[in-house]
Design a protein around this ligand. Structure first.
Ligand code: BGC
Length: 711
């Protein structure tokens, strides 16, 4: 008998359920629920998993209890939200998505895994793969943006990065892809609300990233808190057992979200905690995170005949198997047994700076005020986000210390030592006070240029941070309008966890940059872009709305029977705004200028199983070296179901020296033209397909060609 069979044969019912129980050990509490008597629970085998504990000594101490003082000596699994860094904090996920760089996505996850594993952590609750189309929802900051194909690439890259080549290695973390699924589609963007999405949207938009993560070998998956069309995900046997385990073949561990098993009562699908525990277990949820429902109620659920020993055993086996894969049985202390590698801190800060500057999106450069002239000798840095170093860490900072973050102000000072840099906040991020505005105005009087740092606080996005107003909070608009009225060049940086709607600002500011929350190196990264030391290459992974009334807004929408036509009353639009975004998916400027030409598809007539080579020429027409970002879109103009106007099927970045011309090529497998048919099966339909390539989803900038799929 193998180790796991032997254990299963020896374990009492309580010890078995203990392996399905995860409690907060908390340095941080991330949701409701009381701390249990941790040590006693570990000794008795009633607690098999922890979250929110890190530190070599802290994790070793509790692991020792499990190994030496519990009857069977089964190691604990310790998980933590290592989302965008652990000690070194990288840009938030939405900002990372702007990089469109799978190699970098993997590298930052790897670095985070190494740091967290050094701290005794073995599992992270990341990456989050919720394709997000509604910026009212605060967790859009944790998302890969609006495109499912991009989310699939991120799923694979992040899973590889966290898990490394060998899950048992001392520097690997088990990844937990979350939140399955459609959490981002909550009604009206309101946190924890219901999501009523079609089966087609599930299979085309929200589920594919999870299949991609499974293909990359992900160890764990977390169902979402919410219900999808009345079926709470924590009890959704159809999607968890039927689709995820059955169709996709996921054989890893399903971990509930925080307290969500007990919350099945609030959803109104369980009469008591016993029923809730049974529903979740039968849906395939192996680990109950913090609700205590399993440990308290599964014995009674067994007695009532609501669950079977077989189902409990299967879940326990999956948890033990994960612990085995992580190498915890062989050496429960392997993570946390090497001293923190301070020597690598500088290298990781460098990676954070690189990740930060690649995430910045230059939204506008109306008067070409950027990059800043090297002649500038006096800058006024105004606004409540200028010196707000702590805010730069974003919504999940793990073990990252706020005091180690570089503010935009400090980044600029370090980059421009010869320049006089004055600073005034003017107003606070939120709040009604405006009495600081006049001092800020005075400070601008002699400056050659103003860098105006606006945005949200870190706490205004992330979990439980939905907003109905996507404008600037507090009195920042008053500050901005006053500064914009001074007649000086104004460069605006927007620190936020979502796109902010303010057409008035984009009309008047000389340049605007989306700087999100870039982590520890935020200030240096922003300064690199402002000074032109780094030529911006970040692109929007979502459509940036003009107004909150336009959301949800996304490029890959279905065609309307009455498509939008400016000036046509009976066309798909609004009376008071066009339906188009402020900036389309993929938008982002560079200090270089690229021209695309000569789009070719070879062959133009293809059959199933073949590959099309799509190529084009890119010309850097400017005297500045830079990176171009290209998207390969397809459209199936006539199919058995309406197909999106555009769908990303590829992306590429290419570095071009000044004036350089280059060919860029994709190999597009014909199978990528398949879609979810009327009966929700995948179909590949014959006929003509449009192939488009562009630097964004803006139809005006696309090169177009077509291929024919024949029998
Ligand atoms: C969040 C999860 C997170 C968990 C553990 C929950 O509130 O929804 O994303 O992983 O807490 O902290």
């Amino acid at each position: 008998m193998g180790r796991i069979d032997t254990l299963l044969a020896t374990m009492t019912l309580d010890e078995k359920i203990g392996q399905l129980n995860m409690v907060a050990a908390s340095r941080v509490v991330t949701g409701p629920g009381e701390l249990r008597d941790l040590h006693e629970g570990i000794r008795t085998g009633r607690i098999g998993n922890l979250l929110n504990l890190w530190g070599a000594d802290e994790t070793r101490a509790v692991q020792r209890l499990a190994m030496e003082e519990s009857r069977l000596g089964i190691p604990l699994l310790m998980g933590l939200d290592v989302i965008h860094g652990h000690h070194t904090i990288f840009p938030v996920s939405l900002a990372e998505a702007c990089q469109f760089a799978p190699d970098l996505w993997e590298k930052t996850a790897r670095a985070a895994a190494e740091e967290a594993a050094e701290d005794g952590v073995a599992l992270t609750f990341a990456p989050m793969l919720d394709v997000a189309r509604d910026p009212r929802w605060g967790r859009i900051i944790e998302s890969p943006g609006e495109d499912p194909w991009i989310a699939c690439q991120m799923a694979a890259a992040k899973t590889r990065g966290f898990q490394g080549l060998d899950l048992a290695a001392r520097d690997s973390l088990a990844a937990t892809d979350k939140h399955l699924c459609a959490y981002s589609a909550v009604t009206a963007g309101r946190e924890y609300a219901s999501a009523d999405v079609s089966e087609r949207a599930l299979h085309e938009i929200y589920l594919p990233p999870f299949a991609s993560a499974v293909a990359a070998g992900v160890a764990a998956i977390m169902p979402a808190f919410i219900d999808v069309a009345g079926a709470p995900m924590t009890a959704n046997a159809k999607l968890l057992q039927g689709w995820l385990r059955g169709v996709v073949g996921f054989d890893g561990v399903l971990i509930s979200d925080y307290n969500s098993v007990a919350e099945l009562l609030n959803h109104g699908v369980a009469a008591d905690l016993v029923e809730a525990a049974a529903l979740a277990l039968n849906a395939g949820v192996d680990i109950d995170m913090t609700s205590g429902a399993y440990i308290q109620c599964l014995p009674e659920a067994l007695q009532r005949g609501l669950v079977t020993m077989t189902a409990i055993g299967a879940s326990v086996r999956r948890v033990l198997k994960l612990k085995e894969r992580l190498g915890l049985f062989d050496d429960p202390y392997r993570r946390g047994s090497v001293p923190l590698q301070a020597s690598r801190a500088a290298e990781r800060r460098e990676l954070a700076r690189e990740a930060g500057r690649r995430a910045i999106v230059l939204l506008s450069n109306r008067t070409e005020v950027l990059p800043l002239s090297p002649e500038i000798r006096h800058i006024a840095v105004i606004g409540p986000l200028a010196a707000a170093s702590g805010e730069m860490l974003g919504s999940w900072a793990s073990a990252g210390r706020p005091e180690d973050a570089v503010s935009i102000l400090d980044g600029l000072k370090a980059a421009l030592p010869q320049c006089r840099i004055d600073h005034a906040a003017g107003v606070e991020i939120t709040g009604e006070k405006t009495d600081g505005i006049s001092a800020a105005v005075d400070l601008c009087a002699e400056a050659a240029i103003v860098v105006l740092c606006l945005g949200e606080s870190a706490a205004m996005s992330g979990e439980a941070a939905s907003r109905v107003d996507l404008g600037l909070p507090g009195r920042q608009r008053a500050l901005a309008q006053t500064i914009l009225g001074l007649g000086k060049p104004v460069v605006v940086t927007l620190s936020s966890g979502r796109p902010l709607t303010m057409p008035w600002l984009f009309e008047r500011a000389d340049a605007v940059l989306a700087t999100w929350f870039l982590g520890h190196e935020a200030g240096h990264a922003v300064a690199d872009v402002l000074t032109g030391k780094f030529n911006p290459t970040g692109r929007l992974p979502l459509s940036w709305p003009r107004h909150v009334g336009q959301v949800p807004i996304f490029y890959n929408e279905l065609p309307s029977g009455r498509p939008y036509a400016p000036g046509v009353h009976y066309s798909s639009t609004y009376l008071d705004l066009p339906p188009t975004p402020q900036f389309p998916f993929g938008h982002g400027l560079s200090y270089s200028r690229f021209a695309l030409s000569d789009l070719r598809c070879e062959p133009t007539r293809v059959r199933a199983g073949e590959t099309v080579e799509v190529s084009l020429a890119v010309h850097n027409e400017s005297p500045v070296d830079g990176d171009v970002t290209l998207f390969l879109f397809v459209r199936d103009p006539v199919a058995s179901v309406a197909r999106p106007l555009l769908e990303v099927k590829g992306m590429q970045k290419a570095a071009l020296a000044a004036r350089e011309r280059k060919d860029v090529t994709w190999r597009l497998p014909v199978e990528d033209l398949s879609f979810v048919g009327q009966s929700l099966e995948r179909v590949l339909e014959l006929g003509r397909f449009e192939i488009h390539v562009g630097q964004s989803a803006d139809a005006a900038g696309l090169l177009s060609s077509a291929i024919e799929l024949a029998k």
